[in-house]
Design a protein around this ligand. Structure first.
Ligand SMILES: Cc1ncc(C[n+]2csc(CCOP(=O)(O)OP(=O)(O)O)c2C)c(N)n1
Length: 544
């Protein structure tokens, strides 16, 4: 059957299993929008800014484990969209971004809103391709999905010239490309078993590859069998249950010093699905030259990028653990248990908030806020966050259980928390989804609260208000004391703002009020914003 380019694009994304598309409409891709309109199985979530749409798609992808799709119009839309694509790139999240483009016949004249996407996105995406002939839509668009989800997943930009979308085509013989997961060979597994058996002080670093390949239960099995402690990479908290007695803490900003030392002292580091980011490695100081490193990753590009491995294995991490678990027998080295217990005890100590200050007038205590979240959120909650100093309390004190999910930008993008909660809630409408942001970060994508209201998506948004870009203030005070510039903020009345958008809003300035507000928010049928007033003098959990 003949169809126009827009219809052909929608046909492909449906074959790829897409049901939700996040975007801001634009005149450069009306044909695609109209084809979405035609199909009752597709929903278009119309955001208030493309940055918000791309964060929603990114979090939707992380929550569902499949490709997120977002759309934007040419130059201004695409450049707004790019923050979420950069986040997806650093977080290894599969996204296909469909972007309307200038008509082919007008290109290269600096036409209206013209931006050349393959060079603009070259450092932000795995691949940027333009489809200049509608007949190639099935070939190139299926490939875009394949590139996004295969190897180390990431974002792909597909540029769609407006006049190409009017072209008529008929072929629909292409199908999604599926690849069997990479598996390690038997000899490598044998070598890993030998190394693990001989090691006196081994440790595991669990990265995003554990989450992407759904390998947590296999990791638990390995860690229990061999008595090897597990730490998680930066912002990959739920790769391993934090409540497990073999967990020894999270790497990244504010990491426990004892954890860094434990890894530096280890004679064997088994790194699973991590790219050893600057944050995970504490500025590339994490692994000692004398430690043996076994690095397992789906992408050979991640191997040797930071640390030279003793043994490297390019494999799907879950397949690797499956094969490894079949070949390992229980650990006999009693010393490992002692080391593990001590490290877990230190983690438990570090992550337990003791002195909770309930009484301070006019401010809520962040440690108690986290304690209340821990006690009252359901055990399958989804927590999302921005970047900012407020995060240091969550990072240090919150313990993610086996069924909980944390979504946060390893790219450190402010503005991620609330729109990503919308994406996650759309993916998992029956779960409690709660975002945590600072006043600075929340205001970067505040308009998406209206999107949450319009799509009847009852998220809970916590705004930790210190009327500051607190993180930067803390850096300023360190490096240039008494020379404050650009870090003081004033804010709107957040509760009224939320109500004006059509949701619920409340301001709390002590912990009792917070707990009441949280309990109420969990049964609210509309998005709820809770502004939490905190002491602006306390800039970080590790400086209290
Ligand atoms: C999009 C973006 N812009 C700027 C920064 C730099 N930055 C990091 S944290 C921060 C301040 C965050 O302030 P707020 O959200 O209020 O949280 P707080 O640190 O006060 O807890 C800034 C400006 C960033 N990470 N991301």
């Amino acid at each position: 059957m003949n169809k126009h380019g827009g219809q052909a694009i929608v046909e492909v994304i449906k074959k790829e299993g897409v049901t939700k598309i996040f975007g801001v409409p634009g005149e450069s891709y009306l044909n695609v929008l109209d084809a979405i309109y035609e199909d009752s199985n597709l929903s278009f979530i119309s955001a208030r800014q493309e940055g918000g749409a791309s964060f929603m798609a990114e979090a939707y992808a992380k929550t569902t484990g499949d490709v997120g799709v977002c759309t934007a119009t040419r130059g201004p839309g695409a450049t707004n969209l790019s923050v979420g694509l950069h986040t997806a790139f650093q977080d290894s999240t599969p996204i296909v971004a469909l972007i309307g483009q200038v008509e082919k016949k007008f290109k290269d004249r600096e036409a209206f809103q013209e931006v050349e996407f393959s060079s603009y996105f070259s450092h932000l995406c795995k691949w940027a391709v333009e489809i200049s002939d509608a007949k190639r839509i099935p070939e190139l668009l299926h490939r875009a999905f394949h590139v996004a989800r295969s190897g180390r997943p990431g974002p792909v930009v597909v540029s769609l010239p407006e006049d190409m979308q009017d072209e008529i085509m008929s072929d629909n013989s292409y199908a999604p490309i599926r690849v069997e997961p990479n598996r390690p060979n038997k000899d490598s597994i044998k070598r890993v078993v030998e190394e693990l058996n001989h090691a006196k002080h081994p440790v595991i670093i669990a990265g995003g590859g554990i989450i992407l390949s759904k390998a947590t239960s296999n990791l638990i099995q390995l860690s229990e069998k061999l008595n090897i402690p597990v730490s998680t990479a930066f912002r990959r908290f739920h790769a391993f249950p934090n409540t497990h007695s073999n967990y020894i803490g999270a790497l990244g900003l504010g990491a426990r010093k004892g954890l860094l030392e434990y890894i530096q002292k280890s004679d064997l580091v088994l790194a699973l699905g991590t790219k050893f980011s600057q944050m995970t490695t504490d500025d590339y100081t994490l692994i000692h030259n004398e430690s043996k490193l076994i690095h397992v990753d789906i992408s050979s590009d991640s191997i040797g990028k930071v640390y030279k491995p003793h043994l490297s294995i390019v494999s799907d991490v879950n397949e690797f653990l499956n094969d490894l678990n079949k070949e390992t027998v229980s650990d006999e080295q009693s010393n490992r248990v002692k080391l593990l217990e001590e490290a877990n005890k230190q983690y438990a100590d570090f992550s337990t908030a003791r002195e909770v200050n309930n009484k301070k007038d006019g401010f809520a205590d962040m440690k108690k806020v986290i304690r209340d979240l821990q006690t009252h959120l359901p055990d399958n909650a989804i927590i999302t966050s921005d970047a900012g100093n407020f995060f240091s309390w969550i990072s240090r004190y919150y313990r993610y259980g086996e069924n909980e999910i944390y979504l946060g930008p390893t790219s450190g993008a402010m503005g991620y928390g609330m729109p990503s909660a919308i994406g996650a809630k759309i993916a998992e409408p029956d779960k409690t989804v709660i975002s945590i942001s600072g006043d600075g970060g929340f205001m970067m994508t505040v308009q998406e609260f209206e999107t949450a209201v319009r799509y009847n998506t009852p998220i809970i948004s916590l705004v930790i208000n210190n009327n500051k870009y607190g993180t930067i203030r803390a850096h300023q005070e360190n490096k240039f004391p008494e020379r404050v510039i650009g870090t003081n903020l004033t804010n709107p009345n957040f509760a009224k703002l939320a109500i004006n958008f059509g949701g619920y809003g409340i301001k709390v300035d002590n912990n009792e009020k917070f707990l009441n507000a949280l309990k109420k928010a969990m049964s609210n049928d509309k998005p709820t914003l809770i502004e939490i007033v905190v002491d602006p003098k306390i800039l970080s959990a590790n400086k209290e």
